[in-house]
Design a binder for this molecule. Structure first.
Ligand SMILES: Cc1cc2nc3c(=O)[nH]c(=O)nc-3n(C[C@H](O)[C@H](O)[C@H](O)COP(=O)(O)OP(=O)(O)OC[C@H]3O[C@@H](n4cnc5c(N)ncnc54)[C@H](O)[C@@H]3O)c2cc1C
Length: 454
């Protein structure tokens, strides 16, 4: 249907819609269309800012009946910009932020537009938490559906490993619950399969006693000591207990100096501490040691200022086959040529509870102990775009001899070669394609790292 004719139908949708419907000339449209990555500059025909599940179902039915392409926005953090679309309907969940915690049952339910900062605030009031993102503005929806790395992963697994149930609006407008008992195969698929199967209007998690005080923070060493620092990181992570999950990498400090840094989070008993944390504090001397007792919610805000909304982002990432000396040397050589002071190369440690889940138990297949390497390029001046993208691609090419076969779907960018979904899902891809055929045969939900129907 031509867009003018579709415009004529919007008042009918508006007559029952509780949220906001925005078209390009409406106040607020420009704000609502923007996502985290400033490189993404798309103009939806219509933005449906939903307030509840009924709005989501109405917007899905409207889009299907009028042949509009749909993009779903949770927290809007996806670097590939899959939360928005040129010309179609952006189904925006960011007004749906309700969070309810049942401290007796140790469960928490969040609506699909909540962020991890909002989730941490509400769960930590009760001294509870489940694994979520390391930057508080990231969306609960997108991060969880893709897997969900966070500082509690050693102890409690990925975000999906804590998921109890999800309420979904499917492509045909049906509203269903997926859990171990209801629609079990759909529940398998959404634990890693991203937004391919439906729109998660709410997600229910198991939550655990955490903190509120944990031991964490950042310790930084001079770039000249980067080799020793990253080798030390390899040594301490080799025997890290489940309670200690950490990231390391090379980055620039506030004064522009290059650094090698470790960010540990220890969620075990404060009284005993952990020998690995003590080692982290005695290795050095560092140029900065800010590791100590801190609120759990604060460690998830530690890096917020480094990731402002609207900065230009281009990322590449892969799991590493090992953290060998060659990998460390290559990382350091690449970083020595980095064009932007906002860019970092990070190593996430994947271990513990996450790696005790079988590959086929959820759609998310990366269950080996190891490291995920991220080239997180970030800059602000559009004139610098070309050289930042060039540096990221060159550095990623230099890392190729060291990467393992799998890639984490949530970090894929917009220009991945080959079939990125196949790399992201590995042995689970064939089953995901069958389930996509069953639940979304027309590929209605395709603005994501797309699993094509079989
Ligand atoms: C600064 C920054 C920090 C990050 N830190 C972490 C981290 O610590 N751990 C980690 O694992 N990842 C992290 N990520 C990656 C993050 O998991 C992905 O970017 C994820 O896609 C973000 O989800 P979102 O809801 O914010 O994004 P969006 O861009 O809104 O959505 C991402 C994808 O999920 C779909 N989607 C979102 N919500 C829903 C929903 N409710 N129902 C159905 N589909 C939905 C969208 O359609 C889109 O395809 C980070 C990203 C950034 C930019």
């Amino acid at each position: 249907m031509p867009q003018v004719a579709v415009s004529d139908k919007i008042p009918d949708l508006a007559s029952r819609f509780s949220g906001q419907l925005l078209q390009p000339l409406d106040a607020g449209y420009d704000d609502a269309r923007r996502v985290h990555n400033g490189l993404v500059d798309k103009r939806p025909f219509l933005i449906a800012r939903c307030r509840n599940t009924a709005d989501v179902a109405d917007a899905v039915n409207f889009a299907r009946e009028h042949s509009l392409e749909v993009a779903v926005r949770g927290g809007g953090h996806n670097v590939a910009g899959r939360a928005t679309i040129d010309g179609g309907l952006m189904l925006d969940l960011s007004l749906m932020k309700g969070i309810h915690v049942d401290p007796n049952a140790r469960t928490a339910r969040a609506q699909g537009g909540a962020t991890w900062g909002e989730y941490d605030r509400e769960t930590q009031v009760h001294g509870l938490a489940s694994t979520g993102g390391a930057v508080s503005t990231t969306g609960v929806g997108g991060l969880t559906l893709g897997g969900g790395w966070g500082y509690l992963l050693g102890k409690y697994g990925l975000a999906i490993d804590n998921l109890r149930s999800v309420q979904l609006v499917l492509a045909d407008g049906r509203i269903v619950t997926a859990s171990a008992d209801d629609n079990a195969e759909l529940f398998w698929a959404v634990r890693g399969g991203g937004g391919n199967f439906g729109i998660a209007t709410s997600l229910e998690y198991n939550v655990h006693p955490v903190g509120p005080t944990i031991i964490g923070g950042l310790v930084a060493h001079p770039f000249a000591k980067a080799r020793d620092t990253l080798r030390f990181y390899r040594d301490i992570t080799a025997s890290a207990p489940d309670e200690l999950t950490s990231v390391a990498g090379v980055l620039r400090g506030p004064d522009g100096s290059m650094l090698a840094a470790l960010v540990p989070c220890y969620c075990g008993p404060l009284s005993s501490g952990d020998p690995a944390v003590k080692q982290i504090k005695t290795f050095g001397p560092p140029v900065l040691d800010a590791v100590g007792p801190m609120p759990y919610a604060s460690i998830n805000q530690l890096m917020d200022a480094a990731y402002p909304k609207g900065a230009l982002n281009y990322w590449k990432s892969s799991f590493l086959s090992s953290l060998s000396d060659e990998v460390i040397n290559t990382m350091i050589d690449c970083y020595a040529r980095v064009p932007s002071p906002m860019t970092a190369i990070a190593l996430e440690h994947w271990h513990g509870a996450t790696t005790r889940v079988a590959v086929g138990d959820t759609a998310f297949p990366h269950r080996a102990v190891g490291y995920n390497m991220l080239l997180v390029s970030e800059w602000t001046n559009p004139a610098d775009t070309e050289r930042n993208i060039a540096w990221t691609r060159e550095s990623y090419a230099a890392m190729q001899p060291f990467i393992a076969s799998g890639r984490y779907v949530n970090y894929l960018d917009d220009d991945e070669a080959g079939d990125p979904a196949a790399e992201a899902y590995g042995p689970n891809y064939a089953r995901l394609r069958q389930l996509k055929t069953k639940f979304d045969p027309t590929n209605f939900f395709h603005m994501n790292q797309n699993i094509r129907p079989a």
